[in-house]
Design a protein around this ligand. Structure first.
Ligand code: PLP
Length: 394
């Protein structure tokens, strides 16, 4: 039987760059000392107090159907967090709880895109963005953020990439995969374009607590933006809760209500005991959140120390998030070829930049998700490998 064009179109053919990860993982499982710097998942479990809160809720009997849009206390805690972090007044009716930031992205795209509407993605982008746009029957448009511009998109390039059918722009700061944190100038330029062209901004801020230099700045706080902006948030990265699947959309109240309507047709909400644990984590977990953020800053500093002023590579300064981009163009290799050869010869798995879009060609992304000593060892091997390859290609 024929499946719908929409579902057949979700995942498009071709390499997605994960082959290096899968090969590394199977060699690791076979006993080889491979170090995986590929996945954006933590190397530590969720802090114990959050697990205790989950257990207390479960044993207390919160096992029935949850409120589909999120429990009132959790939405209040999220609204309070956003107001405190960003200075933008936020009310609980502007928040809808979703199973992770991914479902928040899908809900937000479903809320703003009619079939065929353009949704502009800034390349390089997080690997699910394009298939999420297609799942919502939108049309993927891209604009390159160049390494030379610290991977921040330029206003004129965005203007040139838009057409009359564009409805929304997705931005992500702190950024996966580049580690860039958009400055006031970049966000101001994007906000101006959105106001002038009457566009939605979907602002993915799931790394908002991992800003290594300076402060987190949200485009939602710019003049006239709260009414045309939806912020995507998540407990995954900030609280080491990736497997718990708890995220949110914060935006205009009407949009939050419609995204909750969509959840009736899909997930029917997030389990109540997970919502209770998330609420406890937001209300009482500031120390744990700060410790998690400090861990990634420390590893970022390790990467800066290990990879600065090296021959064969250049580290793109990561200002936030859990990753770093390494420019390996001096080796004469593509990101893909570099990643495969690095795995073969040095036992390190990294993501080819190309898997995040052509704008990251000639780069590889490392995830700072292994213990500090293993990270140091891996970085030393990467530096040695790149220097050797650059010498050979000279
Ligand atoms: N957005 C970005 C930029 C991400 O990197 C991720 C996960 O890696 C997500 C959203 C989705 O996160 P989750 O669904 O775990 O909340």
């Amino acid at each position: 039987m024929q499946l719908s064009r929409r579902i057949n179109n979700v995942v498009q053919g071709g390499s997605d760059g994960w082959e290096v990860h899968y090969e590394g993982r199977s060699r690791q499982a076979a006993g080889e000392p491979i170090i995986l710097l590929t996945v954006g998942d933590h190397d530590t479990a969720t802090p114990a107090p959050f697990m205790d809160a989950l257990e207390a809720s479960l044993r207390g009997g919160n096992t029935g159907y949850p409120p589909v849009n999120g429990s009132a206390p959790l939405r209040a805690a999220i609204a309070k967090r956003l107001a405190a972090k960003t200075g933008v007044e936020t009310t609980p009716d502007q928040v809808v709880v979703t199973p992770g930031g991914q479902a928040a992205l899908f809900g937000a795209m479903m809320a703003v895109l009619d079939p065929g509407d353009g949704c502009l993605l800034v390349e390089p982008f997080y690997a699910t963005y394009d298939l999420t746009v297609r799942s919502a029957s939108g049309r993927v448009q891209t604009v390159a953020a160049r390494a030379e511009d610290h991977f921040e998109p330029r206003g004129d390039a965005i203007e040139a990439a838009l057409d009359h059918g564009t409805r929304a722009i997705v931005i992500n700061s702190p950024n996966n995969p580049t580690g860039s944190v958009y400055g006031r100038e970049t966000l101001g330029a994007i906000a101006e374009i959105a106001r002038e062209r009457n566009l939605w901004i979907l602002s993915d801020e799931v790394y908002d607590s991992q800003v290594h230099d300076g402060e987190h700045l949200t485009i939602r706080s710019f003049p006239g933006m709260a009414e045309r902006c939806m912020v995507i948030g998540s407990m995954s990265k900030s609280h080491t809760m990736t497997g718990w699947r708890l995220g949110w959309v914060a935006g205009p109240a009407e949009a939050a209500a419609r995204i909750a309507d969509l959840a009736i047709a899909t997930t029917y909400g997030v389990p109540g005991f997970i919502q209770d644990a998330a609420e406890a984590a937001l209300e009482t977990g500031a120390a744990e959140e700060a410790e998690i953020a400090a861990r990634y800053k420390r590893r970022r500093d390790i990467a800066l120390a290990a990879l600065s002023n090296r021959s064969g590579l250049a580290l793109h300064h990561p200002s936030g998030g859990m990753y770093a981009m390494i420019d390996i163009r001096q080796t004469g290799l593509s990101g893909q070829a570099f990643a495969h050869a690095l795995l073969d010869e040095a036992g390190i798995a990294v993501m080819p930049g190309e898997s995040f879009g052509a704008a990251a060609a000639g780069h590889v992304r490392i995830a700072l998700t292994v213990a500090d000593d293993r990270l140091e060892m891996a970085l030393a091997r990467i530096a040695g490998f790149a220097a050797d390859r650059a010498k050979r290609s000279a």
